[in-house]
Design a binder for this molecule. Structure first.
Ligand code: 5AD
Ligand code: SF4
Length: 428
């Protein structure tokens, strides 16, 4: 079958889609060049906010016409929403043929090959599942993801992830090292290690800092990154490791969520605003010029105006390079969804807009402060606007565009920043 995978949500889902692609190829199927050409469409879905789920449901419903024209077309839903809703997805009359939860992808090829499978929804959770020995088929040719752990044990009170992705488990370090080595042989020079909380990686007696030190020795590799770090588990040892290892990039994504101690406590985050601020200070002391990005969640149940202001204030003090801002979305089954003091939607929206506006100003300032500096760009592609320009990322995770030619794609280029928007460095 010719298949097409459409991915929603986080980088973990991108990595899972790359793995699903490998599994389907191994079973003899071929990737379709576009969705119109597909005999099987796989939607890899996200449950973290209701909006994400609604979008996918809308997309799937949209594909109904395709099924009317082509009754042989099969639709599979995988990922967090498949895990959360299971069989219910098949009862929506939107034409879903198969549902596979996050730990059941190894059944996919076998079930699809079977004309009359005993079951078409597979959502059992398997807290041991790490998909041993499956090498992903990566979409990007230069920057690759490598999953180091799956699941999450933190149970932040707003978050659905621990319920849909199950318990935290780390892949064996030897497998990770091998996979990174293999990726470098295929030409990947920029690797991002993935996990819901990479700082609690633990396997074969190795913690995350020792894993990074080992990966830093893989010579063909130029750049090593990781997401996501949790402020409660970010150790001084890890900060020192970042400072010591030349391949680890000068950037960390460290979700703050809130700047208010009471809200952080009720979110079950396991740290307060002082701890968070101290971490930032330690990171900036050990790694001068480190870029900081974060997630901010506003409108959490019971969040007062004053508490919201504390979040804005901490954002002003820290001056993140970028922040992903979200308004709280109640997720069925989580502790916060049961709270009786939900914030009205308009107020949540208003607070979200204020955080976005504040951060846009800070981001613009941060990007413009790079003007005049020399940066190292790993050129990944032509720029979106023109084939006379190429684009890539700096070590500190900023998108940069510069005039260049196709032979620069895949190489490191030294460039001078001459202008900037709140999202792109313009270089020469
Ligand atoms: N509503 C809104 N945002 C959420 N996130 C997690 N759960 C929710 C929710 N229920 C955000 C957090 C997290 C990011 C990946 O998504 O900020 O860090
Ligand atoms: Fe969700 Fe918290 Fe786990 Fe992140 S650390 S996935 S926010 S429960």
């Amino acid at each position: 079958m010719r298949f097409f995978v459409e991915t929603y949500g986080c980088q973990m889902n991108v990595a899972d889609s790359e793995m699903v692609t490998s599994m389907l190829i191994q079973a003899g199927h071929t990737p379709a060049t576009n969705i119109d050409d597909a005999q099987l469409i796989v939607f890899n879905t996200c449950s973290v906010r209701e909006h994400a789920e609604q979008r996918v449901l809308g997309r799937i419903a949209n594909e109904k016409h395709r099924k009317q024209q082509n009754p042989d077309l099969k639709i599979a839903v995988v990922g967090c929403m498949a895990q959360r809703m299971g069989k219910r997805l098949m009862e929506l009359e939107s034409g879903v043929d198969f549902v596979f939860g996050v730990d059941q992808y190894d059944k996919l090829a076998e079930i699809l090959a079977n004309d009359s499978p005993i079951q078409n929804h597979w959502t059992e959770m398997d807290n041991e599942q790490v998909y041993h020995g499956i090498l992903p088929t990566r979409l990007n040719r230069h920057c690759g993801f490598v999953t180091v752990m799956r699941g999450c044990d933190n149970f932040c009170s707003y978050c659905i992830v621990p319920y849909v992705r199950g318990r935290e488990r780390s892949r064996p370090a030897s497998d990770i090292v091998k996979e990174v080595e293999e990726a470098t042989l295929e030409g990947f020079r920029d690797i991002t290690l993935l996990g819901q909380n990479v700082n609690s990686y633990q396997n074969e007696g190795m913690d995350f800092a020792s894993l990074l030190r080992e990966l830093n020795q893989i010579d063909p590799l130029w750049r090593l990154r990781f997401v996501t770090s949790h402020p409660k588990d970010l150790s001084d040892n890890l900060i020192q490791t970042m400072a010591d290892c030349d391949k680890i990039c000068e950037h960390i994504h460290l979700p703050m969520q809130s700047g208010d101690d009471d809200v952080l406590f009720r979110m079950n985050r396991g740290y307060g605003s002082r701890h968070y601020y101290d971490l930032i200070t330690r990171l900036r002391t050990a790694i001068p010029d480190i870029a900081l990005t974060t997630d901010v969640l506003v409108g959490f149940p019971g969040e007062t105006e004053r508490q919201f202001e504390n979040t804005l204030e901490l954002m002003r003090q820290i001056q993140f390079d970028y922040a992903f801002c979200f308004k709280y979305s109640p997720r069925e089954g989580t502790a916060a969804a049961k709270s009786t003091d939900q914030i009205p939607e308009e107020l949540r929206l208003e607070r979200l807009q204020k955080t976005i506006d504040l951060q846009r100003e800070i981001t613009l300032h941060k990007f413009r402060s790079q003007i005049g500096k020399r940066v190292e760009v790993y050129v990944e592609d032509f720029s979106r606007k023109s084939h006379e320009q190429v684009s890539g990322k700096t070590r500190d995770f900023k998108i940069a565009v510069l005039s260049g030619t196709s032979d620069q794609i895949g190489s490191l280029v030294e460039a001078k920043v001459i202008d900037a928007t709140a999202g792109t460095l313009i270089c020469l």
